[in-house]
Ligand binder design. Structure first.
Ligand code: ADP
Length: 187
């Protein structure tokens, strides 16, 4: 299974991806987590992306495509990949299609978590207090929402045209959203 968890920043992709890892043994491929790990490790890549990420803007397509490509064999061995925060641009989605095609597989489903903007801002503020992520500031979050709307939202028609999108209400409790995702996957 190649599943894309799709939605704006703060919609709960990471939380739900981790739940699917625990329940189904699939592998979470979160480019945000990979980039934060690179920053924490102080690698060359980490140093290159830190300022961009902190501002809320997207890092280059080449960087994240490379990070994803490296992890595909591992996900394949586990029987499932959960793409979380990737793809975020049409160029990334096209690159993912090519990568998967080269491995004789494809994106199977896109679960779109729908959450309204007011709730997104509320969750961001809560996470800022709990985790202190550098891009969970009001300023950076505005940039992230804008990046989502201009660069990432065009993926909705991209995948809708392929008949792959299932919409899930992301406004409920974590458990309610998990249950709705399970229905979207199995039902
Ligand atoms: P969230 O989903 O809460 O916005 P992420 O952890 O997915 O957070 O992403 C944090 C930041 O990492 C983004 O704002 C961006 O700078 C960078 N990033 C993550 N994934 C990508 C991607 N696929 N393409 C470009 N930049 C990315």
């Amino acid at each position: 299974m190649n599943l894309v968890l799709f939605g704006p920043p703060g919609c709960g992709k990471g939380t739900q991806a981790k739940n699917l890892v625990a329940k189904r043994g699939w592998v979470q491929l979160s480019t945000g987590d990979m980039l934060r790990a690179a920053i924490a490790a102080g690698s060359d890549l980490g140093q290159r992306v830190k300022a961009i990420m902190d501002s809320g803007a997207l890092v280059s397509d080449e960087i994240v495509i490379e990070l994803i490509a490296e992890r595909l064999p591992e996900a394949e061995a586990a029987g499932g990949a959960i793409f979380d925060g990737f793809p975020r641009t049409v160029a990334q989605a096209e690159a993912l299609d090519r990568l998967l095609e080269g491995r004789k597989t494809q994106v199977d489903k896109v679960v779109r978590l729908v959450v309204d903007n007011e709730e997104l801002v509320r969750r961001m503020a809560k996470r800022a207090a709990e985790e202190g992520r550098a891009d969970d500031t009001v300023e950076a979050f505005k940039v992230r929402l804008e990046a989502y709307e201009t660069q990432t939202a065009p993926l909705i028609p991209y995948y809708t045209d392929q008949g792959k999108v299932v919409e899930v209400d992301g406004m409920g409790s974590i458990e309610a959203v998990s249950a709705a995702i399970a229905t979207a996957l199995d039902g």
